[in-house]
Design a protein around this ligand. Structure first.
Ligand SMILES: [Zn+2]
Length: 366
């Protein structure tokens, strides 16, 4: 069902194509995050218009609400949310480990209390794979153990050990049906633990690999260093997914590390807080300086919002707490990242990645 084709490389950047059950994903690709089965403030029609080829949804949130029975009874996640292109669900591990005082971890799995009503739930590697398969998503993620940075050597070692243990059980439970299963590499910022995790996880021969445990409190330089060295150890013929990255600067850095797929709540969350992403840097539209600014958010953006509305109008919407502002700015921010990925793919295919990367980095630093 799943096939990844590496189409071109330019420097260490990769241009590829990932065939999934609900369609083909061109890489590099940014995946908008639809936490509870909705990319906040956007309709599936908006997402299609934006050229989104795959979106992400969260196992933890969907498990709690509306829950497996409801999702299965209503025909699976695609039908429930009226999205017919690929969906990737995370394993829920990241959210559960963020609960800290509300969870207990053992070698068999993790028990946690819902942030909604305090009810008790248990994630096991098998249960989490079965849940994602029942939803009918294109890509499921194996349950992993993420540690926050800074972390002790012992905590990093324990997370790598358990992540491997659970990945083996997830691989054994996986049905090899329409849902592909990706493994996750951990290891914090420790190169030796990263190398160990890569060796143990890739031995299980997953159709794709994620680099987890980054963007969790380490410095940006550490994030890029670890992403680069870890990506270099991963098999070239499988997609590489860096979790939790979503600014223009970080996406460019990650593509330069040889990563193919990304997700982050950042562009839509920023959009709901009045923050505009552009290739010339970011700014908050609430700023009084934009009150009479007739220019579009980003003169280089070809999106419907920039074709229609001024910065002054967006500024007015946010300062008046109008709902339309949340929609328009979320739409624009995703459009900027979609166009960035489109242009990155073209630059890699044309063998001029380095030049493209330098131009973008210069632009956002202005
Ligand atoms: Zn725009």
């Amino acid at each position: 069902m799943t096939a990844f084709t590496l189409l071109a490389t330019s420097g260490s950047a990769r241009r590829g194509s990932l065939r999934l059950t609900h369609g083909v994903v061109e890489t590099p690709q940014f995946m908008p995050v639809g936490t509870g089965g909705t990319v906040k403030a956007l309709t599936p029609r908006d997402l299609r218009e934006l050229g989104a080829q795959i979106i992400l949804a969260n196992t933890y949130h969907l498990w709690l609400r509306p829950g497996r029975e409801t999702l299965v009874a209503l025909g699976g996640l695609h039908r429930f949310m009226a999205w017919d292109r690929p969906i990737l669900t995370d394993s829920g591990g990241f959210q559960v480990f963020s609960l800290e005082s509300r969870r207990t971890l053992d070698d068999d799995g993790v028990t946690f209390r819902s942030h909604l009503d305090g009810s008790a739930h248990r994630f096991t590697p098998e249960g989490v794979v079965a849940f994602q398969e029942a939803l009918g998503v294109d890509v499921a993620m194996a349950l992993d153990v993420c540690v926050k940075q800074p972390a002790t050597d012992e905590a990093v070692e324990a997370s790598v050990r358990r992540t491997t243990l659970w990945a083996r059980r997830a691989a054994a439970a996986w049905q090899h049906g329409p849902t592909a299963l990706f493994g996750i590499v951990q290891g914090g910022t420790d190169e030796r633990q990263r190398a160990r995790s890569v060796a143990e996880i890739t031995a299980l021969d997953f159709p794709g690999y994620a680099i987890g445990g980054l963007s969790v409190g380490e410095t940006r330089d550490e994030m890029v260093r670890v992403a680069r060295s870890t990506a270099a150890l991963l098999p070239a013929d499988r997609p590489r997914y860096l979790m939790g990255v979503g600014t223009v600067r970080d996406l460019i850095a990650a593509i330069d590390c040889g990563i193919d797929m990304f997700d982050c709540v950042y562009p839509t969350r920023a959009g709901r807080h009045g923050r505009a992403i552009t290739r010339g840097g970011e700014f908050n539209v609430r700023n009084a300086a934009f009150g009479r600014d007739a220019r579009p958010l980003d003169p280089d953006c070809a999106c419907a919002v920039c074709a229609t509305h001024s910065r002054a109008y967006l500024s007015h919407l946010f300062r008046s707490d109008e709902l339309l502002g949340l929609h328009l700015l979320s739409y624009h921010n995703l459009a900027v990242l979609a166009a960035l990925m489109h242009d990155a793919r073209a630059a890699i295919a044309a063998g001029r990645w380095d030049e493209f990367r330098d131009t973008i980095v210069e632009g956002v630093a202005r």
